[in-house]
Design a protein. Structure first.
Lengths: 387, 272
């Protein structure tokens, strides 16, 4: 599965790229059909439809309370939809209890059984299927090898570290070779360094086993790293479902643009100026900005211009060939080591963020506080959004 | 170690003297040679020997132990089931009423509990004996078990049960294989509590016991009304010894388990 391949960066479709969602013939493994879930008065999931394909690493991303955990719990069988249906491999799974589903879940708290050893934890699900002793032992050993836990097999969960517990939880949920593995904030309890290592381990294991993974997370970096597709959710609805690069580069709404990564949002009114090209009036006394957009805008329609800070160039002089250039002074600098974010205040008080890679040592930084600077970006750098 | 101020020393001495002087006197006089309880006449263990010959006391002790074992086991099963439903049953109709009602017997005067059970047994024509005492003890000790077990269940990570279901357990299997082993310490302490309550109950047992079955507390109480004998001192000393050994063992076991858990966790953190 080409998780690192250039399918991330290019929109070019090529036949060996894994993209069943673009293939109208592909049969989805999971189908949410107009699913609504209410808890009393509260609507957790609002008439949601979604297809997830086999071998996908699918991420549900959103702030807490957006309904992502409810979707996962419905897949596991701990909740049933109030309206609509969920199909797994074409079969309606709503009436099937959790213990009869070919779905396993890795819990946020890991939920390891404290009274059983690592070995017995992994064997737990296999024992329920009355697997023959020999096959069972072989399968457990295989899982221990896969998660590099051989030397901890006899230990109890409290005798191993957090990262090891996380791997036991993964091994236990993978042992039954489920059609679908659900991961509920699987890396939330790990520190940053360990989390990054584990993300790659997860992708590696997913690739090896060929299992379909659905991961719930509120960490956008994590979702972008591991997932083949990301669904951004808010208030029980899907805001956008796409590959990580499209979510980042072509957000369909201000909400998505703002939720994923850092962004400058400029409000204005669009005026068509040629094919797919618009002039945006955004502030009095300022020249209109130029942006291109495949979606049509009528004359005078209000719009938002979303520009990622790393696509804004900061310079002392106005670049001669710049399509969009505005002048301001440096209001603040956030130094992150590898990057610096400049907060530039324009004449009308608007603050625009510009990010540059620190390719030089900081003592030779070109700009400092209160310096007058020019910000510029190309016509295609910004995304024009209606709402 | 800090030295205590004179005020704290006095408080401590007075408090513990108040608690333990009666028991110490009882223990000392159980080794008294004389038949008179209040006159010291030299050291002897003869009353312990006599006690072992006393059929009536031995019978009563045997009845007491059987009643305690049966009633505490029954109370543990019922109390655990009640706690599980009240904590896990969600919001079913009448839940608040039920959870209030399960705690009511805790504050109910024992005389009333005993009397009401007596009336019930007479009403349904049940002959009073071991069975009626077991039923009565189960009734009042099951709410204690329920309190102990439900306080453990409230802090129980529910996702453990969900994980068991997810891995293919039926709800009954999930309870037997995951929930019960984890809450076992609470269930065991509930059983011990019910056992102790049954052992030392006098009031309810005296309402519900019959001529065929007398428990030790009833026996002691009626014997004392005829005059305190050194035999009873000896019996009480044995009971104190048993309880002391039990309490010390329990606290040592708990402490060792805690120390080991801490060492394991520290060792685990080092392997990170």
């Amino acid at each position: 599965m080409p998780l690192f391949s250039d399918c991330r960066t290019g929109a070019v479709l090529n036949s060996d790229v894994f993209a069943p969602w673009d293939d109208p013939q592909a049969k989805p493994l999971i189908q949410f059909q107009n699913v609504t879930k209410r808890f009393g008065e509260f609507t957790a999931i609002d008439n949601l439809s979604l297809d997830i394909f086999e071998r996908e690493f699918f991420a549900l991303l959103g702030p807490s309370g957006c309904g992502k955990t409810t979707m996962m719990r419905m897949l596991a069988g701990f909740e049933t939809p109030t309206e609509g249906h969920i199909l797994l491999g074409g079969q309606d799974i709503d009436p099937i209890p959790p213990n009869k589903r070919a779905v396993n879940m890795m819990f946020q708290s890991y939920a390891l059984f404290p009274h059983l050893s690592v070995w017995e934890n992994i064997a737990f699900g296999l024992r329920r299927d009355n697997m023959p002793k020999h096959d069972l032992e072989e399968r457990v050993e295989e899982m221990l090898r896969l998660t590099r836990l051989e030397q901890f097999a006899r230990r109890k969960p409290h005798q191993i570290s957090g990262g090891q517990r996380q791997r036991v939880a993964l091994a236990r949920s993978l042992a039954k070779a489920p059609k679908l593995l659900l991961l509920d904030e699987p890396l939330g309890a790990l520190d940053k360094k360990l989390r990054q290592d584990t993300q790659f381990e997860l992708m590696d294991i997913q690739e090896k086993t060929g299992t379909t993974f659905v991961i719930v997370t509120h960490d956008q970096e994590e979702a972008m790293t591991v997932a083949s597709r990301v669904a951004v959710m808010d208030q029980g609805q899907l805001m956008q479902v796409s590959t990580p690069d499209r979510i980042y580069e072509n957000p369909v709404s201000v909400y998505v643009a703002d939720f994923i990564g850092d962004v400058n949002i400029i409000e204005g009114r669009a005026a068509p100026s040629g094919e797919d090209s618009y002039q945006i009036d955004w502030a009095e006394g300022q020249a209109p900005l130029t942006a291109s957009s495949p979606t049509g805008f009528s004359n005078g329609q209000s719009c938002h211009l979303a520009i990622r800070p790393e696509k804004v160039t900061i310079s002392a002089e106005r670049p001669s060939d710049a399509v969009n250039a505005v002048q301001g002074k440096v209001h603040d600098i956030a130094y992150l080591g590898n990057l610096s974010t400049y907060y530039v205040e324009l004449a009308n008080g608007i603050i625009i963020k510009a990010q540059t890679a620190n390719t030089r040592r900081i003592s030779r930084r070109s700009f400092t506080w209160e310096d007058p600077v020019w910000l510029s970006w190309t016509a295609t750098a910004a995304v024009l959004l209606a709402n | 170690m800090n030295r205590l101020s004179w005020f704290n020393t006095v408080s401590l001495t007075l408090g513990f003297a108040f608690l333990y002087i009666p028991m110490i006197i009882l223990i000392v006089f159980s080794f008294n040679e004389s038949k008179l309880v209040t006159v010291w006449a030299g050291f002897s263990t003869k009353w312990y020997g006599e006690l072992l010959q006393n059929e009536a006391f031995l019978d009563a002790a045997w009845v007491t132990i059987r009643v305690a074992v049966f009633s505490s086991t029954l109370a543990t099963i019922l109390g655990t089931a009640a706690a599980y439903v009240l904590v896990r049953g969600g919001r079913f109709f009448g839940r608040t009423l039920f959870s209030g009602m399960i705690y009511a017997p805790l504050v109910m005067p024992e005389v009333i509990t005993g009397l009401s059970l007596l009336l019930l047994f007479i009403g349904i024509g049940l002959d009073r004996g071991i069975l009626t005492i077991v039923l009565a003890h189960t009734t009042f000790s099951m709410c204690f078990v329920s309190v102990v077990v439900s306080s453990r269940l409230i802090t129980f990570d529910r996702s453990l049960e969900e994980a068991a279901l997810d891995l293919g357990c039926s709800p009954a299997q999930a309870f037997r294989l995951v929930t019960l082993p984890i809450i076992a310490p609470a269930v065991i302490s509930g059983w011990l509590l019910a056992f102790t309550l049954s052992l030392d109950d006098l009031v309810i047992a005296s309402f519900t016991s019959g001529p065929s079955a007398t428990t030790l507390p009833i026996k002691i109480f009626s014997a004392v009304r005829l005059g305190v004998s050194p035999e009873i001192n000896a019996l009480s000393t044995i009971m104190i010894a048993v309880v002391t050994v039990g309490v010390i063992t329990a606290s040592l076991v708990t402490k060792r388990a805690m120390v080991r858990q801490q060492q394991d966790e520290m060792a685990a953190a080092r392997t990170e």
